[in-house]
Design a protein around this ligand. Structure first.
Ligand code: GTP
Ligand code: MG
Length: 205
């Protein structure tokens, strides 16, 4: 799939503020600083669409972007940012939970994982939580330019091993670098196929 147009729609802090749920939607989530906003910009060929920062906790709201006037890409605030208070962390949980449970047009959550790290408990817990909520997700390993391919594969294997402790089947996995612009075609092809499926199901409904 080609991205011809991509533009910011709005920032929301509640489900009720989100744009009308008439188009298929894909949300990017993961630890603060994992590269969610950078990946959105890379996929859209647009350096400044989503705000990027080397300071964790940059994205604080649910940001909707409309792509090709046809589907939504959503940049969510990161989890696991150590320097926020307990009450702020709980608020994050409530607000994201409301979105994840209530957003009827949400097709897939893209869980971003730093490819340089061994499995992190917070990521595994978040993935298991998505499972409890029956929310479909895929995994994206980010920042693959920061080490060699063998190290990325080693962390992927460890991640799979950890997931197999609780999951029978594993979701699709993607490998990306916003820096080197790799992994773009694979991610967009996946979303394109999901959009097609969405429209077939809509027609049948
Ligand atoms: P929050 O909004 O704070 O949750 O962060 P985020 O997940 O949106 O991360 P963001 O895209 O802002 O990137 C965080 C930092 O990582 C920035 O300094 C980016 O330039 C850097 N970064 C993101 N992706 C990549 C990548 O693929 N390769 C490299 N080398 N750096 C990256
Ligand atoms: Mg961000």
């Amino acid at each position: 799939m080609l991205i011809k147009t991509a533009s910011f729609v709005k920032s929301s802090v509640k489900l009720s503020q989100c744009p009308s749920p008439q188009l298929p939607e894909y949300a990017f989530i993961g630890r603060s600083n994992v590269g969610k906003s950078s990946l959105i910009n890379m996929l859209c060929n647009h350096a400044k669409l989503a705000k990027v920062s080397s300071t964790p906790g940059k994205t604080q709201e649910i940001n909707h972007f409309i792509i090709n006037n046809n589907w939504y890409l959503v940049d969510l605030p990161g989890y696991g940012y150590a320097r926020v208070s307990r009450s702020a962390r709980e608020k994050w949980g409530d607000f994201i939970e409301e979105y994840l449970k209530g957003r009827e047009n949400l097709q897939y959550v893209f869980v971003l994982i730093d490819s340089r790290l061994e499995p992190q408990l917070i990521d595994i817990e978040f993935i298991n939580h998505l499972g409890q909520l029956s929310i479909p997700f895929v995994i994206v390993f980010t920042k693959t330019d920061k080490q060699n391919a063998a190290q990325t594969q080693q962390n992927k294997a460890l991640f799979e091993k950890t997931l197999y402790e609780t999951w029978e089947e594993l979701p699709p996995m993607f490998f990306t670098s916003a820096e080197k612009k790799t992994g773009k075609e694979e991610v967009l092809k996946f979303i394109g196929a999901c959009n097609q499926q969405y429209r077939i199901e809509k027609k049948q409904a």
